[in-house]
Design a protein around this ligand. Structure first.
Ligand SMILES: Nc1ccn([C@@H]2O[C@H](COP(=O)(O)OP(=O)(O)OP(=O)(O)O)[C@@H](O)[C@H]2O)c(=O)n1
Ligand SMILES: C[C@](O)(CO)[C@H](O)COP(=O)(O)O
Length: 292
């Protein structure tokens, strides 16, 4: 609730969010901003799908966003999942499911889409103290296990938090000039993390933060930070990348195809003795980076 519109005598938001004895426990909702146009992904994409937003491109046999939704469908604790699409977007008319609901509430920026999605959740009965997990539709490699790990890590947190990944490479600052783009300095990466999604916050504080700071926030956490909060960082995985550039589709396809193949093998009795038992290179490399 915006404090400016709160009736006189309303206790501060923090007090409203305390668990009142006898009140129902806070619920978990997922919100997928899915209203972008994917301009950076277009070059190199097959002509047949070039005019489709990237979240609807076919990856490993399915529209990309359906892989994302499949991961959320495995999270038992979710009350519901809202997909926020652009007004006039007809994609989900052909893909209805009881596992999610769709609202044409997309706005000009990601923050606008998320804020409008929070209003839709309120209309569906979400309370100010309920948790909302905001996740990019374009991060189709997130797993049910990672979503559950985020919830477990943040459910008792005062603020909430996000999946994030520690830098694996040396980090440079640069400047452009007559000699081209050149290094200015090497930055200590010890305290640097790449923000991923889901990002999990209470509905009331998140809506308030986005109303005030959405115009300068590139993710939910940065809006919360602008209000003076320090969201919890929960280790994610390099594989939870956002499909952004043309080459990202092939990488996503390879990972999803490998997971599907592993699932098929498991269903038919696991790996054959003649096959290698080491993890696939992509998963193995990632596991090493995550623990290194
Ligand atoms: N106005 C917007 C912009 C983005 N998104 C969503 O936010 C997520 C992350 O955004 P990004 O990767 O930047 O997607 P696009 O804006 O589609 O990509 P680009 O910036 O390359 O155009 C995506 O799932 C995208 O659909 C959204 O719901 N509403
Ligand atoms: C929300 C996000 O995915 C966290 O890394 C990211 O900030 C989105 O950025 P984009 O420029 O809108 O793709």
């Amino acid at each position: 609730m915006n404090p400016a519109s709160a009736p006189p005598g309303t206790p501060p938001l923090a007090a409203q969010l305390q668990t009142v004895q006898g009140s129902p426990p806070a619920q978990f909702w997922a919100l997928l901003p899915c209203a972008g146009s994917g301009t950076r992904a277009v070059a190199g994409v097959a002509a047949s799908s070039a005019n489709l937003p990237k979240q609807y491109h076919i990856v490993a046999g399915l529209p990309l966003v359906l892989h994302t939704l499949a991961a959320f469908a495995g999270v038992d604790r979710l009350r519901s999942t809202l997909v926020a699409v652009a007004p006039g977007d007809q994609f989900f008319a052909a893909h209805p499911s009881p596992l999610y609901f769709v609202a044409p509430c997309g706005g000009p920026t990601r923050a606008d889409t998320v804020l409008a999605g929070l209003r839709e959740l309120r209309a569906r009965g979400a309370q100010e103290r309920d948790w909302v997990l905001v996740h990019d539709a374009a991060r189709c490699l997130v797993t049910t296990e990672q979503i559950n790990a985020l919830i477990d890590a943040c459910v008792s947190d005062q603020v909430g938090g996000l999946l994030a990944h520690q830098l694996a490479d040396t980090l440079k600052t640069a400047s452009s000039g007559p000699g081209g783009v050149r290094v200015v300095s090497t930055v200590d990466r010890g305290d640097k993390w790449l923000a991923q999604t889901p990002q999990m916050f209470r509905l009331g504080p998140l809506a308030e933060a986005l109303e005030k700071f959405g115009s300068i926030a590139t993710d939910e956490a940065s809006a919360m930070e602008a209000t003076g909060q320090h969201p919890r960082l929960v280790p994610g995985s390099a594989l939870n990348f956002k499909v952004t550039y043309p080459e990202d589709f092939a990488l996503a396809e390879a990972v999803l195809a490998q997971r599907m193949h592993a699932g098929t093998l498991a269903r038919f009795g696991g790996l054959r003795v003649s096959e290698p038992t080491a993890p696939a290179p992509s998963e193995g490399a990632d596991a090493q980076r995550s623990t290194g």
